[in-house]
Write a new protein. Structure first.
Length: 202
């Protein structure tokens, strides 16, 4: 009984201190600002990702990759004629214009990371002494990395190849830990946690 009373006291103390800290740091305004930057950074981010991938894979392949990202991360958005038609109508070249387009779009799309950095600095009372261009360059690098992570899914590509190569009635044998086994989480290289029903998805 004593332990329960101590736990409840600690819990309510944490709740009260968290609420006071949230109010002191203007948590509501920070959340609203973060939402604003996320909303207005999505389309430049997608175009920047499309332009970056288009330089290496061509505009048609890049458009399909971006559409695949939308289908996986934002279901329903990818089928919107407004989004898809705009993505298909863009043709970035590999010259100076293409490079400027990539930099400009990534510059705009990276605003969400700058907002996130300022928000975390305010919460933890930190002072960012980096120069403006240093901060913006870091934000753009994060934008590129996130774009590459979202556009590359080895597991899905592998399963698509299995479906393409396997003959009708063929068998595919895979041995891997599945949820809720602890082994599915303890290996940091497991980026896709699967269940016994995952294969049925494909």
């Amino acid at each position: 009984m004593l332990n329960l009373a101590s736990f409840l006291r600690s819990f309510f103390d944490l709740l009260i201190r968290s609420t006071k800290k949230f109010a002191k740091d203007d948590g509501g305004y920070l959340a609203a600002g973060m939402s604003y930057y996320i909303f207005f950074s999505v389309f430049p981010f997608l175009l920047g990702l499309l332009a970056f991938l288009g330089i290496f894979f061509g505009s048609e392949k890049a458009t399909e990759q971006v559409k695949d990202v939308l289908e996986r991360q934002l279901p329903g958005i990818a089928d919107s004629p407004i989004i898809y038609d705009n993505l298909q109508s863009i043709d970035f070249n590999k010259g100076l214009v293409g490079a400027v387009a990539v930099i400009g779009l990534l510059w705009t799309g990276s605003a969400v990371f700058g907002s996130l950095t300022r928000m975390m600095n305010k919460i933890w009372n930190l002072e960012d002494k980096r120069s403006f261009y240093n901060r913006k360059g870091t934000d753009m690098i994060f934008t590129i990395l996130i774009g590459l992570i979202l556009s590359t899914n080895t597991f899905i590509n592998t399963m698509n190849d299995v479906w393409r190569i396997l003959k009708p009635g063929g068998l595919f044998l895979a041995v891997t830990p599945v949820y809720p086994a602890a082994e599915a989480f303890q290996d940091p290289t497991h980026v896709n946690i699967i269940t016994e029903q995952t294969i049925g998805y494909f």
